[in-house]
Design a protein. Structure first.
Length: 364
């Protein structure tokens, strides 16, 4: 097959590209330029979009022996990821930009361009597995639970999944580093990326204030009593406990948590932890990574819902509904979940198989 190897400049994508070539595929390496001005990421950035990263990717491609190109995806990235990040926070939600990047850039824009150029698919260094079945390709967890990235890949629809290849899903991260060393790849010991790549300082709140302003607003309890002030409700997230700067202690001395963010009134509501308990989650317009489940409210399916990238899967009953013509994914968890915010992703699993996902639009 003819494959594009998306090379971030890290060890995982380099080894994935090497394995694809070794398997006999016709591979070219591509590094995605996601910023019009990557120089601003040089200092303090630990993402995957710096100038150094592009150089690392090129050197890896040379060692592997594959052609290498840089694709300018900065416009698509700004519109699909950065602008979405700002809009979601301004609306009081908590977005996952890495998940949006997978959906909008790596497996939409890149895959579309690859297919238009006559390539069969895209190879990445994500830790996940695909399996071929009579019903088509399925997405499964990686064998290394600490590195499993199936959660952020659950935005892939069935068509995109057909063009996605994850050579590292059956390998532990330590073994990938050893393999990189054996292959002579200089990125073998390069640290993993963690920060949001377009927030190089790691200061999300400061970055948001620069772009959304810092209007002062009230922090109140559930009864509406003012307890303090903030400089932008969007810099808080549901379940947050630290950094509230409250001047009025709780009567029982218990810590307070962010319960609600009201963007229109620029108000942050706080209360005790028990008020964060969630038992029902729903999201509109789900994406199915395999066959669409036939589960209904009357006859739900048993499975697990995961609401954070490396969070604990929660046992649940899940089902589909249609409300005003819009498909909705619903999950009722066996035990309460705390600190869940709209904008996060809910991913449904059947064992280690990814059923589908949706962006959380409401909880109860």
């Amino acid at each position: 097959m003819k494959l594009i190897a998306a090379m971030s400049g890290g060890v995982d994508s380099a080894v994935a590209a090497a394995r694809a070539k070794e398997a006999g595929h016709d591979v070219i390496g591509v590094h995605l330029a996601l910023s019009k001005n990557p120089k601003k990421y040089r200092s303090g950035a630990r993402g995957c979009c710096t100038i150094e990263d592009s150089h690392d990717a090129r050197r890896a491609a040379d060692v592997i022996g594959i052609p290498f190109y840089i694709w300018d995806m900065s416009d698509e990235f700004h519109e699909g990821v950065v602008e979405n990040f700002l809009a979601e926070y301004a609306a009081g939600n908590t977005p996952n930009p890495c998940l949006r990047c997978n959906e909008k850039i790596k497996f939409a824009a890149v895959l579309d361009r690859a297919k238009a150029m006559g390539f069969d698919g895209v190879v990445t260094g994500h830790y996940a597995q695909t399996r071929e079945t009579e019903k088509g390709r399925e997405l499964h967890r990686a064998i290394d639970p600490a590195k499993d990235q199936s959660y952020v890949l659950a935005v892939l629809n069935r068509e995109q999944l057909q063009g996605a290849f994850f050579p590292l899903g059956d390998t532990a991260k330590d073994d990938v580093r050893k393999e990189a060393q054996a292959r002579g790849l200089s990125v073998a010991l390069k640290p993993d990326s963690h920060d949001i790549c377009f927030v190089p300082s790691g200061d999300n709140a400061g970055w948001l204030r620069e772009r959304l302003g810092s209007d002062i607003g009230p922090i109140v309890d559930e009864d509406g009593q003012k307890l303090g002030e903030h400089k932008g409700a969007y810099t808080y997230t549901i379940g947050q406990r630290k950094g509230l700067g409250l001047t009025v202690p709780a009567k029982d001395g218990a810590p307070r948590y962010v319960l609600k963010i009201e963007p229109i009134s620029n108000t942050v509501v706080v209360g005790n932890r028990d008020a964060l308990a969630i038992s029902y989650i729903y999201g509109e317009k789900p994406i199915w990574c395999g066959p669409q489940p036939e589960a209904t409210e009357i006859a739900p399916y048993k499975g697990f819902v995961q609401v954070r990238a490396h969070g604990t899967p929660h046992s649940c009953n899940y089902y589909r509904t249609i409300i005003n013509g819009v498909e909705v994914l619903n999950a009722i968890v066996d035990e309460p979940i705390y600190g869940l915010a709209p904008g996060q992703a809910m991913v449904i699993y059947d064992g280690d198989r990814v059923v589908g996902s949706a962006t959380i639009t409401g909880t109860k």
